[in-house]
Design a protein around this ligand. Structure first.
Ligand code: AMP
Ligand code: MG
Length: 297
């Protein structure tokens, strides 16, 4: 057990990936500061976190009689932060105790970091264009210093609707398309049942949201969208999502007082590093991976 962890710490491929990841983070910060974003510190424990559309084991802490969750994503805090600032980002550690069947995807850890950003009064298109510019910036900067595997993508990335990819490729559309494509691309307009209640429903059953997908089989890079921000609409979406309103009472208290309209996205840092360095697994994009189902330090 310790032997494996020890040898990872001396592995050259991992060392290089971690160095490149450090450069990626620096370029992200540089880019976002130039665009007027303010970095906010991550929230690690809170009574509010993302319910997520897929199952993970719960991670709670009881502290003086209050129950906190370890952050699964900062979505709600991003909306609240926009009461104070117009454009925000955070390098947000997420704890998602993923089930064992996700171990072999090459894309899942139980602890990872998202670059999570949100913009007040923005559209989905604003966010997609920003992320495209940011990836072009990161990859061109990296290529000045490192002989990285991923090329500089060309703007604008292709946009394909969920309905179209589903019709052409069926259930396994993401894997099939990701293997087929040579450049990153967007899947837009997810159906309501595939996402959480905070993505904006712009026509019945269809959300104004998006996933960024890496080419060459690397799969999902990022998820984002325009957000629901009106109290009545949020209540309706929570109900239709099959949840109890009581489970979101704190969030609803804020929503009742008024949330700004916004759009944003979360980009997995380990997945981006994996793509840039063409690694087999996100486990090799960090020194201390929390490997699903295995003892990790
Ligand atoms: P989500 O909102 O669930 O799509 O998560 C946002 C982004 O975080 C995803 O697009 C991935 O890049 C990354 N991500 C999500 N879950 C994991 C995980 N278990 N391990 C590593 N990265 C993840
Ligand atoms: Mg996603």
């Amino acid at each position: 057990m310790i032997d494996g962890i020890y040898s990872r710490l001396k592995n050259e491929q991992v060392r290089r990936a971690v160095e490149i990841q450090s450069a990626i983070r620096m370029e992200m910060k540089r880019f976002l500061h130039e665009r007027g974003f303010v970095e906010i510190p991550p929230v690690i424990i809170s009574p509010l976190t993302d319910p997520l559309r897929h199952e993970t084991y719960e991670a709670h802490i009881n502290y003086y009689g209050h129950r906190y969750s370890l952050t699964k994503s900062m979505i709600f805090h991003k909306q609240l932060a926009l009461l104070s600032l117009n454009k925000i980002f955070s390098f947000s550690p997420n704890i998602r105790l993923e089930p064992l069947e996700r171990r072999e995807t090459g894309r899942h850890l139980a602890e990872f970091t998202q670059l999570d950003l949100e913009i007040r009064d923005a559209t989905r298109e604003d966010v997609m264009s920003l992320v495209e510019d940011m990836l072009v910036h990161i990859l061109s900067s990296l290529r000045k210093k490192y002989d990285v595997e991923a090329g500089v993508p060309k703007k604008p990335f292709e946009r394909i609707t969920f309905a179209e990819v589903y019709r052409r490729y069926g259930e396994d559309f993401e894997t099939l398309l990701s293997k087929e494509k040579k450049e990153p691309f967007w899947i837009i307009d997810m159906p309501i049942h595939s996402r959480e209640f905070y993505d904006y429903e712009y026509k019945p059953g269809v959300l104004r949201d998006m996933d960024l997908i890496y080419p060459m089989g690397f799969g999902e890079a990022a998820s984002g969208g325009e957000r629901e921000h009106q109290y009545e609409r949020i209540v309706d979406r929570i109900r239709r999502g099959g949840y109890h309103l009581e489970d979101f009472s704190i969030y609803l208290e804020f929503a009742k007082r008024g949330l700004p309209s916004s759009a944003g996205i979360g980009i997995g840092i380990e997945r981006l590093t994996r793509y840039v360095c063409s690694l087999d697994s996100v486990e090799d994009a960090t020194l201390f991976p929390k490997v699903i189902g295995e003892f990790s330090i």
